[in-house]
Design a protein around this ligand. Structure first.
Ligand code: DHB
Length: 474
């Protein structure tokens, strides 16, 4: 399909976007073009009936390369249980559906998404913005991988700029944008919180003719973020190195041990202190830190929530833990054995055979997948002197919030909600732990917790998250 309207689309193997006949893309939000929709939102004692205005498939850049992905939907509550609500100054939940670093599109939807954060936010009277974004699997007809890094985060920043540029036209308070996302979407949400107004992304935003406005956000809600990719192989072996592989495959012991050993230097280089007055976070202290700060409290909440007889049965099956009053105790090694099989082989992210989603994420041009760590590159190619492609240092950096959280910045999100399940072996638990510590060490408001026995991408307390939005947006 040739999308002459947008000027730069010739040849892309994309379906015709909904507004491909348009002459030029206006960045002025048209507040009068919406349809009315209804949603039933679960609340503790029943349902809330929400009537909302639905703005569909709004292009958010002036010079899109792919309107199917570079468009957003906005949902604005106008009545809740029959009573009028005024959301013109409400906080804005900016929820990305990115998963797996794949493309996300919202243009075919006929209402707000079914994500629980989205529904509960509408029920609370907040505005909800759901942006699409390019992702790693997109390929043009002439073989160019146009959704690889940093496309998705560039698109999402452009979407934030669009909202802030339209302050006063877009319903809601554009100074109270709260991002949310899970896994690769958690990576996006944390990047939005950490990289506000960074000049690094500027050339990419210019190319898209993104609106001229700040892309800083107020707060970020982050579930099981797949971040710190260039250090995630080390962190993974530090965390899950002794756990067997799901499905019974073999772990390369030498590789696992080397990566684990390399984690210590990286973790020390972060110079982080733990939450709650815990001292330095090192490879040595991390297991005990995660156990005390996250795992035991998570287990405690879980046991408290279980009915009495189920609690006794659970404790009977899990002799590594003991309960005294409300306090649960166990050690890191007991926890690791409890989790059991790990999801990924070694290395978990920069696969020697270039087969991981992250190898594809760091593709470039007509190259579908690349190594993005020296370790992966040198072992994968068998060339101990191989060097990473020159562009990668910057591209990899644009995908990692951690370096951006080394120094205070007026443009960081000042409020962070961070969650991960304790059974989630998609990445190391130290990844979320470090993100929370980095934000807290800068003095930001951090609400971080783990979900006991929760697997990948679970969200067990969306009501608390949405209440938190109301509290911080005040
Ligand atoms: C996601 C999960 C992964 O294990 C990964 O490596 C990248 C992304 C996800 O669920 O988004």
């Amino acid at each position: 399909t040739v999308l002459g309207a947008a000027g730069v689309l010739a040849g892309f193997r994309e379906e015709t976007p909904p507004d491909s006949g348009r002459k030029e893309i206006s960045l002025i939000f048209d507040k009068d073009t919406f349809v009315e929709r209804k949603a039933m939102v679960p609340v503790h004692n029943g349902v809330r009936n929400v009537t909302y205005r639905f703005y569909k498939a709004v292009p958010y850049v002036g010079r899109p390369v792919d309107l199917r992905h570079q468009s957003l939907n906005i949902s604005v509550p106008v009545r809740i249980d029959g009573r009028p609500v005024d959301a013109s100054e409400a906080p804005i939940l900016f929820h990305t559906a990115v998963g797996g670093f794949n493309p996300a599109s919202v243009v075919d939807r006929n209402g707000a998404g079914e994500n629980i954060n989205v529904l509960l936010a509408l029920g609370a009277g907040h505005v909800v913005v759901e942006p699409g974004a390019r992702g790693r699997t997109l390929v043009s007809a002439d073989g160019v991988h146009y959704g690889v890094a940093p496309a998705a985060i560039v698109d999402l920043k452009a979407a934030v700029r669009y909202l802030r540029f339209n302050k006063g036209r877009v319903p809601g308070n554009t100074d109270r944008i709260v991002t949310s996302g899970t896994s690769a979407g958690g990576a996006m949400s944390s990047l939005l919180g950490a990289t506000g107004d960074s000049p690094l992304y500027e050339p990419h935003l210019k190319t898209l003719e993104a609106a001229e406005a700040s892309d800083a956000v107020f707060a970020s809600g982050v579930w099981c973020p797949i971040i710190d990719l260039e250090h995630a192989d080390m962190a993974y072996e530090w965390n899950w190195g002794d756990n067997p592989l799901q499905g019974g495959g073999r772990i390369n012991r030498a590789v696992s041990d080397e990566l684990r050993a390399a984690f210590a230097g990286y973790q020390a280089s972060l110079g982080l202190r733990g939450l709650g007055g815990f001292g330095p976070l090192t490879a040595e202290t991390m297991g005990d830190y995660l156990t005390r700060t996250y795992l035991q409290p998570a287990a405690g909440r879980f046991l408290k929530w279980l009915p009495e007889k189920d609690r006794a049965a659970y404790l009977g099956r899990n002799r590594f833990m003991s309960l005294s009053g409300d306090d649960v105790s166990f050690d890191w090694n007991g926890f690791l054995a409890h989790v059991g099989p790990r999801m990924k082989a070694a290395p978990a992210f920069d696969a020697f055979d270039l087969s991981s989603p992250e190898n594809n994420l760091f593709g470039l041009g007509r190259t579908p997948a690349r190594h993005f760590t020296l370790y992966g590159l040198r072992h994968g190619t068998g060339n101990p002197a191989a060097e990473l492609d020159a562009d990668l240092a910057e591209t990899v950096r644009m995908m990692n919030p951690m370096p951006f959280l080394k120094e205070a910045s007026g443009s960081h999100a000042k409020h962070w909600w961070i969650r991960v399940g304790t059974m989630d072996t998609d990445t190391s638990l130290s990844v979320s732990g470090n993100l929370a510590a980095a934000a807290e060490n800068l003095g930001y408001d951090v609400n971080a917790a783990m979900y006991w026995d929760g697997g990948h991408a679970v969200n067990y307390d969306p009501g608390a998250f949405v209440k938190w939005i109301g509290d911080i947006a005040g």
